[in-house]
Design a protein around this ligand. Structure first.
Ligand code: PBG
Length: 327
């Protein structure tokens, strides 16, 4: 006789619900949004169906719709005109910068919102790199003061969580110091701790027109073959004052999410990136996969691996498709 029959715990929907170990809730999700300057316009991004770049007025409407669905956290990325880009990414801390205005605009319209920013040079850099470029090289220590100015400008605009995404060494500590010296002790930092040099960022670079003008990002983003290096990055970020650790991308890196969860007491986030979104959308459009079910399974797997928080382009659809905003 069999003593153990695991199927007994799967025999009805109610029992299956009772023994469910992992749940994804809309409160775990951060929705990335793209903003461009202007009025009354939205542009589709062909490699990211259902995601658009909005001018500020339309972005406010989008945020409002999400808030009504219970989705209250957003990470905002700017699409900057080429004419405003330079080597120092100086537009990023210009107080008249439309991105900073939008942040102020969202915060004043929706006091309950949680806003995360992107702290990196690439959307504003004429070189399209995340660091300061000299003779074809990315110079770490010349990048830090630029990140400091950008971070301070974003904190002044009211950002809740800064998201340094460039993988320069020492950036979390540098930014933390600048914030604290200027009285922004309450502004959080979600560090892109283990950000890999990945092919899955392609659609995002289409959205922002931010692809590097030469070379690749392998001298700063991590080698997809490496795992122990993620622990070095995590220890540094923690020591430098990060409030959250992030792994990016998510799906090919579930082991890294798990590793950081096991080795840190900080909340762990995962960025379910543009290429991961695009793949599922494409297969769904072709009728090759059940899109809704695959989306829920994908988010669940990222959470099960150890992510407390997921940055995902699926966030709004998830909020619309789930009852009470969770599964
Ligand atoms: C750059 C940045 C990137 C993403 C977020 N911030 C792209 C890159 O490193 O080239 C990618 C996000 C995505 O693919 O969804 N600072």
């Amino acid at each position: 006789m069999m003593q153990q029959r695991p199927r007994r715990n799967r025999k009805s929907e109610t029992i299956r619900e009772m023994v469910t170990e992992t749940r994804v809730s809309v409160s775990n999700l951060i929705f990335p949004l793209f903003v461009m300057d202007g009025m009354g316009k939205q542009t589709k991004i062909s490699s990211m169906p259902n995601i658009a770049r909005f001018t500020p007025d339309l972005l406010y409407t989008e945020v409002e719709e999400c808030m009504n669905l219970g989705l209250k956290s957003f990470v905002i990325f700017p699409a900057v005109e080429d004419a405003l880009k330079d080597k120092e990414a100086s537009y990023s801390w210009d107080p008249d910068n439309f991105y900073l205005k939008v942040i102020r605009g969202i915060k004043s319209r929706f006091p309950e919102v949680c806003l995360m920013s992107d702290v990196a040079m690439d959307p504003y850099s004429s070189d399209g790199h995340d660091g300061y470029v000299e003779n074809g090289e990315i110079i770490n220590d010349l990048t830090l003061p630029i990140l400091g100015k950008m971070a301070l400008a974003q904190a002044e605009a009211g950002i809740d969580i800064l998201g340094p995404s460039d993988m320069m060494d020492g950036r979390v500590g540098f930014i933390r110091n600048v914030l604290d010296e200027n009285g922004f002790t309450g502004t959080s930092i979600m560090s892109y701790t283990a950000k890999y040099a990945s092919a899955y960022y392609g659609p995002f670079r289409d959205a922002l027109d931010s692809a590097p003008k030469f070379g690749d990002k392998k001298t700063y983003q991590m080698n997809p073959a490496n795992k122990r290096e993620a622990l070095i990055e995590a220890e540094l970020d923690e020591a430098e004052g990060a409030d959250f650790l992030m792994v990016k991308p998510a799906l090919c890196y579930l082991d890294i999410i798990h590793l950081l969860k096991e080795n840190s007491h900080l909340p762990v986030a995962a960025y379910n990136v543009s290429g991961e979104y695009a793949m599922l959308k494409a297969a769904g459009e072709k009728g090759w996969i059940n899109y809704d079910k695959a989306m829920l399974e994908m988010l669940l797997s990222i959470k099960r691996a150890g992510a407390d928080i997921i940055l995902t382009y699926f966030a709004k659809e998830f909020a619309m498709k789930t009852k009470n905003g969770s599964v």
